[in-house]
Design a protein around this ligand. Structure first.
Ligand code: MG
Length: 186
């Protein structure tokens, strides 16, 4: 009798995420490129390796694992025309007024706070790199990327925010600072 398994280690979740994304035409380098291009506008001297490392870290989080797996499953079911109507047509044709995919993206981006969500908004509107490709390919017959484009954009946005935090933390260690209390008595 096989044992039911619902929890996985970070390494297992990371590996499954990388595999699932790859099957849908997305590499971690594709996501890190969106991260790099977004964050280089705000942070000097960022390294592509820091972006890659941030994407990898986010791909090992349990919530993100659930979102990625669910998103891809819905897209694939829509491609196979297996969703109940009218959901099948709404998801397959990526109805503009359908916002569940964006809400999922916002939550993933929110892993790194409000700035992560603002970064997601920027990627959602401007559709850089792999996000644009997914969006365009998703319009072709037999392909559905309704959920995947948002999740991928959200991971890039969360990673971009993490890169900024890592860089700021490093900067903070460079400078001495003595806090002066406004309320200190003479
Ligand atoms: Mg979408």
């Amino acid at each position: 009798m096989s044992k039911v398994r619902t929890v996985f280690t970070r390494e297992e979740m990371f590996e499954m995420n990388v595999k699932s994304l790859k099957e849908r035409g997305v590499t971690i380098e594709d996501i890190a490129t969106v991260t790099y291009n977004q964050q280089k506008k705000y942070t000097k001297d960022i390294q592509f390796s820091t972006c890659l490392e941030s994407v990898e870290k986010i791909l090992s989080f349990r919530d993100v694992f659930h979102y990625i797996q669910l998103s891809i499953a819905i897209d694939v079911l829509a491609e196979k025309k297996l969703l109940p109507q009218p959901l099948q047509d709404i998801v397959y044709h990526d109805l503009g007024l359908f916002g569940v995919d964006e809400v999922m993206g916002l939550d993933v981006a929110g892993t790194y706070g409000t700035i992560g969500q603002t970064n997601f908004g920027d990627i959602d509107v401007n559709k850089p790199g792999i996000v644009r490709k997914l969006n365009e390919d998703g319009k072709e017959e037999g392909i559905c990327h309704t959920f995947l484009d948002d999740i991928v954009g959200a991971i890039a946005a969360a990673a971009s925010t993490r890169v900024a935090q890592v860089m700021n933390e490093a900067d903070a260690h460079q400078v001495d600072f003595e806090m002066i209390s406004l309320f200190e008595e003479e």
